[in-house]
Write a protein that binds this ligand. Structure first.
Ligand SMILES: *[C@@H]1O[C@H](CO)[C@@H](O)[C@H](O)[C@H]1NC(C)=O
Length: 254
C-alpha cells in the first residue's frame, strides 16, 4: 500500500472531526432506515433542522455548516508508488484496514465511501483497459464481482441489480478509462420461517448506487469504486461524478 509514500496534497489543516449527530439524524442518512419516516426528509433538511436546534453548541454548528456546503471542495490524493491519483470530498475521512489500497468515507453517511483496488502485480499483464473487452463486457464482470462480494447467507435475502450505464472515454492523459454504473437493491424478509406466505413479507433493506472507473497502467488494472445510498447519490451527484472523472493512473515510481 506504500502508505508512507502516499501523499495527501491539501491546503490547510485536515478536516475537523465529524460532529456528533443524533442517532435519528445518523439513521436518516443510512439506507437501512427506509422504513423510518425520517427517510422522507432529505439529508440536508435534517442537517438544517439540526442547525436550527439549540442542542448544538456554536462550534458544532460551524463544523456542520462546512460539511454542508453545497459543493464539496476537494482534496487530491496522490500515490506515486502505486501509481494513481484522484480528487475526493475534503470532508471525507480515511479508513485504514478496510481491505482496499486506499479507502475514504463520508463522515455522516456510513455506507457512502470510495476505494481503490489494484490487481496483484504478479498475476497481471494488462496493456490497456480494453483487455477487459468492451465496456459492456467489463460491466458484466464488475457487476458479478459486486454481487459476489455482497453475497448474503441470510435466509430470505434477495438482490436485484441493474447496469445503469457503461462508457469508455479517453482522458486528458491520453489513456482509455471505462466507467460502469450499477444499481443494486437488497430485499430481506423479516420472517422467512413463517408458515403462511403472507407472513413472509419482503421489504427493501438498502438501495445503492455503485460506480467503478477502470484504468490500466504499470501492467496492472486499477479500479476506483464509489458506493452510495441512491437517495444520497442523487443529492450529491454532481460532486460524486467529479470524483469519478478525476481518477488517473500514472507510472509508478519503483
Ligand atoms: C462502504 O459502503 C458500503 C455500502 O455502500 C458498505 O456496505 C460498507 O460497509 C462500507 N464500508 C466501510 C468500511 O465503511
Amino acid at each position: 500500500m506504500a502508505a508512507a509514500a502516499a501523499a495527501v496534497v491539501a491546503a490547510g489543516r485536515p478536516p475537523p472531526p465529524p460532529p456528533r449527530r443524533s442517532s435519528a439524524a445518523a439513521r436518516a442518512g443510512a439506507s437501512h432506515s427506509l422504513s423510518s419516516p425520517l427517510f422522507l426528509v432529505p439529508r440536508r433538511n435534517v442537517i438544517a433542522s439540526m442547525l436550527s436546534s439549540l442542542v448544538f453548541a456554536p462550534i458544532a454548528r460551524h463544523e456542520i455548516a462546512i460539511a454542508d456546503a453545497s459543493s464539496f471542495g476537494f482534496r487530491e490524493y496522490i500515490d506515486n508508488f502505486d501509481g494513481y491519483t484522484f480528487l475526493y470530498p475534503k470532508s471525507w475521512i480515511q479508513v485504514r484496514g478496510a481491505g482496499a489500497d486506499i479507502f475514504f468515507r463520508d463522515p455522516y453517511v456510513l455506507d457512502e465511501n470510495l476505494s481503490v483496488d489494484i490487481s496483484s502485480p504478479s498475476s497481471s499483464n494488462y496493456r490497456s483497459v480494453e483487455d477487459l473487452g468492451t465496456p459492456e463486457a467489463a460491466a458484466e464482470k464488475v457487476l458479478k464481482q459486486y454481487l459476489t462480494e455482497f453475497m448474503s447467507t441470510r435466509l430470505g435475502v434477495r438482490r436485484e441489480s441493474n447496469i445503469l450505464s457503461t462508457s469508455s472515454r479517453v482522458a486528458d492523459d491520453g489513456k482509455v478509462y471505462y466507467q460502469v454504473e450499477v444499481n443494486i437493491k437488497s430485499y430481506a424478509s423479516n420472517n422467512e420461517l413463517a408458515v403462511m406466505p403472507q407472513d413472509r413479507v419482503q421489504r427493501l433493506e438498502w438501495n445503492r448506487r455503485y460506480l467503478s472507473v477502470l484504468g490500466v497502467e504499470n501492467k496492472r488494472l486499477y479500479e476506483l469504486r464509489l458506493q452510495s445510498p441512491e437517495d444520497v447519490f442523487r443529492e450529491e451527484e454532481k460532486d460524486l461524478r467529479e470524483v469519478m472523472d478525476s481518477f488517473r493512473v500514472v507510472k509508478a515510481i519503483d
